[in-house]
Design a protein around this ligand. Structure first.
Ligand code: ZN
Length: 710
C-alpha cells in the first residue's frame, strides 16, 4: 500500500489568480480581496491549518454611510474555514477603539466580547476571531496566523524555545504559552514594541503569527518560516524511522470485518442518556491510511494517545487525549468488554482532572461531556467521533495530523505539550464553546439509518424525512442508476457527508452482511433499519407463474428477514437499542384480486416483523410497521409499484394519470393524497421513540375502514 505524501511547503502566490479575485470581489476594498486570496492559500494546506483553525486580517480604510473615511480592520470570522472563505466571512471592525484597549492592564471575557460586538461596522457580520486583538494591536496591514504542524512539533518539546530560535532565526520572537484573547494580544504587542524589526511571533504550544504591509509578503513569510521548521525537523530526524520497519500493512479487505465491529462497539460505548431519556449517539469517521495503521503498531502508540493536543484550539474537537486499543478481539463479548473498559477509564481520568480544575474555574463538572473523540486502533488506524457527521470528520483530520506530528516530535527527542489546566482553560472558554454544537440534539440527530429500496418513491421520501430530522442515511437499492440519482438529489439538499449509497441484493444474505459492514465502516453502525425494498407482480392465482411467485417472496419476505437477521448482531454490539420500521402495505389487512404474490409476501413480512418485535425487545430494539396505500411518486422519483400497476388500472377505469390519482384520493376517508413523505413522517415518529411502542402497525392511507389494523 502507498504511504500518503507529507505536505511540503510551497509558496502558491500567483499574481494572475490574485488579480482574478480582486476583479471578482470588486465591490469590496482591493485589500480585502487580496486578504481573501492569501487566506485561501493558507487554508488549502492542511499542515498549516485545519477546519476553522488559524486566522487572518487586513487593515484598510472605508467610507461610512455619511461618506466619512474610517480606519477599519477585517478579521476572519470565528470558526470560518480559511480554505473557502469569502469577503463576508470576515468581520469588519472600527480599529481605533480596539487599539485603545491595549492601554488596559486586563480585560474580562465579557468586556472583550462586548467590545468586539459594539465595534463591528456591519451588525450582521460574523463574530470575529478570538485573536482579533492580536491583529488589532499589531500595526501591520496584513497578519497571518496558523497552527502549522511543524511549528507545533518544535514548540511542544522540552527545548522548544531553543529549537524555534535555531530553526527560524533572529527575526522571530518566541513567547511562552499564554491564554488566547487579551493576554496573548498584550504579550505579542510587547514583543513588537521591543523589536519593531520582527517578522513573526511564535507562541509556545500554540502557533505562529507572521505580518507585513502587503498580503504577498505576510503570506510568504508564513510559508518561509514553516518551511524552515519542516526542513529543520527533517534534518534532525534523518535516518530515524517513524514507523516499525518490518511491518507489512495488510490489504483493506482483510480488516473490514474488525473495522465494522469495532466502530459499532465504540459508538455504542460512547452513547449516553440525556436528561429527557433520549440517547445521544456519536457519528464516526474511520481513517485507515497506511501511515495511521503503521502508527497504530508503533511502540509509541500508547504514549502518543496519552499525550495532549498539538495546540489548545484543537481540544474542543478532539479532547486532549486519545484511547489506544492494542487489538480488536474476535469475540463480540470480549470486544464490548474491552471497549467499555477503555471508555470508562477515559471518562474517569477526564473527570478526575476536571474535578481538580473545576473549583477555581466556576465550571459545573456535572454538565460536561467526558467522552473521547479519538481512538487509535492497532491494525485499523484512527477512529474519530463527533456529535455531528461534520464534527467527526473534523476530529478525524485533526487526529491524523496530530498522530503523525507527535511521531515526528518523539523522533526529535520527545513530544511535550502544555499542562492540562491550560487545556481546560481553552476547552471551557466561552468563545471556544460557541464553535461547537452541544447536547440538545434534533429528533433523530446522531442516528444512522439504512433504507432499502431507496431509489423508489417511498424509500426516497422516507430518506428525505430522516435527513430532515437529523439522521445520517445510507440508501440501498439494486438499481444503481436510480440510486445514484436519488443520492445526488438528497446530497444536494442535505450535504454530501450526510448521505451515502450502497448497491446490494436483499435476497442474498452474504451480500446483506457485507453491505452492513461497509455501512458501519462508512457511518459507524446502524440505529434505524427501514426494510422497504419490494416488488410486485400482477396475476391471478390461476395465471401466476410459480417462478414469479418465488421471486416476489424472495424480495418481499426473505429480503425483509435477511436485513433483520443481519442487523441483529450490530444492534447487540452497539448496545444502544434501535429501531426497525418495516414498510408494509394496506394489502396486508385488505388484499385485492390478482395481487396474491405481493399481498401474501407482504403479509409474511408483516408477520416476521411481529416476531422480531417479540425477540428484539430484550435489546431495546423496537419493530413497527407502516401500512401505506396509493402512494404515488413524483416526476423526479417515480413509484415502481405504480409504474407497474398504474397503466392497467388506468385502462380498466378509463382514467389518465391525474385522474387515477384523483380516484385514489376520493377513495379514502379523509379524501387526502398520500405522499411518500407522509410514510417518512411515520418512520420518524417510531424512530424518535416518543412512545414505548413495538409490534404496532400504523396505516398511512388517508383512512380505509377495510384496512384498519386488528
Ligand atoms: Zn491560534
Amino acid at each position: 500500500m502507498k504511504r500518503k505524501k507529507i505536505y511540503k511547503m510551497k509558496n502558491l502566490f500567483n499574481k494572475n489568480d490574485s488579480l482574478g479575485l480582486i476583479k471578482k470581489y470588486s465591490v469590496f476594498p482591493e485589500e480585502l480581496a487580496l486578504r481573501v486570496y492569501t487566506s485561501r492559500l493558507l487554508g488549502s494546506n492542511p499542515s498549516l491549518v485545519l477546519h476553522g483553525g488559524g486566522n487572518t486580517s487586513v487593515k484598510t480604510k472605508i467610507k461610512d454611510i455619511t461618506g466619512e473615511e474610517k480606519d477599519v480592520i477585517y478579521v476572519k470570522g470565528s470558526g470560518m474555514d480559511l480554505c473557502s472563505i469569502c469577503p463576508d466571512g470576515f468581520s469588519g471592525l472600527n480599529i481605533a477603539p480596539l487599539i485603545r484597549l491595549g492601554k488596559l492592564d486586563s480585560l474580562s471575557d465579557e468586556d472583550m466580547d462586548n467590545q468586539l460586538k459594539i465595534n463591528r461596522i456591519m451588525a450582521e457580520s460574523p463574530p470575529p476571531s478570538v485573536e482579533t486583538l492580536v491583529h488589532a494591536f499589531l500595526p501591520h496591514k496584513y497578519i497571518d496566523h496558523t497552527h502549522a504542524d511543524s511549528i507545533m512539533i518544535l514548540t511542544n518539546h522540552k527545548n522548544g524555545k531553543h529549537l524555534v530560535r535555531d530553526a527560524l532565526g533572529e527575526k522571530v520572537a518566541v513567547i511562552d504559552y499564554i491564554m488566547s484573547g487579551f493576554p496573548l494580544a498584550k504579550a505579542v504587542l510587547r514583543e513588537y514594541e521591543n523589536n519593531s524589526e520582527l517578522k513573526a511571533v511564535v507562541v509556545m504550544n500554540h502557533g505562529i503569527f507572521t505580518f507585513a504591509d502587503d498580503a504577498k509578503t505576510s503570506y510568504g513569510r508564513m510559508i518561509d518560516f514553516v518551511d524552515r521548521a519542516e526542513k529543520y525537523i527533517e534534518e534532525k530526524i534523518k535516518g530515524i524511522s517513524l514507523f516499525p520497519s518490518e511491518i507489512e500493512i495488510p490489504e483493506a479487505e482483510s480488516r473490514r470485518d474488525s473495522m465494522g465491529r469495532f466502530v459499532q462497539a465504540a459508538r455504542g460505548a460512547c452513547a449516553f442518556p440525556l436528561p429527557d431519556g433520549k440517547i445521544r449517539r456519536f457519528h464516526v469517521k474511520i481513517c485507515s491510511t497506511p501511515d495511521l495503521i503503521a502508527a497504530s503498531w508503533s511502540s509509541l502508540a500508547q504514549k502518543i494517545c496519552a499525550s495532549g493536543v498539538l495546540t489548545p484550539d484543537h481540544v474542543i474537537r478532539t479532547k486532549n487525549k486519545m484511547i489506544y486499543i492494542e487489538s480488536v478481539p474476535e469475540n463480540d463479548h470480549d470486544l464490548n468488554t474491552l471497549v467499555e473498559m477503555k471508555v470508562n477509564q477515559f471518562k474517569e481520568a477526564y473527570m478526575a482532572s476536571l474535578q481538580n480544575y473545576a473549583p477555581s474555574s466556576g465550571i459545573n463538572a456535572k454538565e460536561t461531556d467526558p467522552y473521547p473523540r479519538l481512538f487509535l486502533v492497532a491494525g485499523i488506524g484512527l477512529v474519530a467521533l463527533g456529535f455531528t457527521r461534520k464534527d467527526a470528520l473534523i476530529a478525524a483530520d485533526i487526529g491524523e495530523h496530530t498522530i503523525l506530528a507527535k511521531l515526528r516530535g518523539e523522533a526529535m527527542g520527545g513530544y511535550l505539550p502544555i499542562s492540562e489546566d491550560h487545556i481546560f482553560d481553552m476547552e471551557f472558554w466561552g468563545f471556544q464553546q460557541k464553535k461547537v454544537k452541544h447536547l440538545s440534539p434534533g429528533l433523530l440527530e446522531g442516528m444512522v439509518a439504512l433504507v432499502t429500496g431507496a431509489a423508489g418513491a417511498i424509500g426516497f421520501g422516507v430518506a428525505k424525512q430522516l435527513l430532515k430530522t437529523g439522521a445520517v442515511v445510507a440508501l440501498a437499492d439494486l438499481d444503481e442508476k436510480k440510486l445514484v440519482k436519488a443520492q445526488s438529489i438528497l446530497a444536494d439538499e442535505y450535504g454530501e457527508d450526510l448521505v451515502t449509497s450502497i448497491v446490494f441484493d436483499v435476497t442474498d444474505y452474504q451480500a446483506v452482511e457485507k453491505a452492513f459492514t461497509e455501512i458501519s465502516i462508512r457511518l459507524g453502525g446502524i440505529d434505524l433499519l427501514v426494510p422497504n425494498a419490494g416488488i410486485a407482480h400482477v396475476a391471478t392465482i390461476e395465471e401466476l407463474d410459480p417462478d414469479k411467485f418465488d421471486k416476489v417472496i424472495d424480495v418481499n419476505l426473505k429480503g425483509t428477514f435477511n436485513v433483520m437477521k443481519a442487523v441483529a448482531p450490530i444492534f447487540k454490539r452497539q448496545n444502544t437499542g434501535g429501531n426497525i420500521v418495516v414498510i408494509s402495505t394496506k394489502n396486508v389487512f385488505d388484499p385485492g384480486a390478482a395481487f396474491g404474490a405481493y399481498s401474501a409476501s407482504k403479509a409474511g413480512a408483516h408477520q416476521i416483523s411481529k416476531i422480531a418485535a417479540i425477540e428484539f425487545a430484550q435489546f431495546d430494539v423496537r419493530v413497527n410497521m407502516i401500512n401505506p396505500d396509493a402512494v404515488f411518486g413524483d416526476a423526479e422519483i417515480s413509484s415502481k409499484l405504480w409504474d407497474l400497476i398504474g397503466p392497467a388500472r388506468m385502462k380498466s377505469r378509463g382514467l389518465d394519470p391525474e385522474g387515477l390519482k384523483e380516484y385514489y384520493i376520493n377513495r379514502n376517508l379523509l379524501k387526502k393524497p398520500v405522499l411518500a413523505e407522509h410514510v417518512g413522517n411515520g418512520v420518524v415518529f417510531f424512530a424518535s421513540g416518543q412512545t414505548p411502542t413495538t409490534g404496532a402497525s400504523l396505516p398511512v392511507d388517508g383512512g380505509n375502514s377495510a384496512a384498519f389494523p386488528r
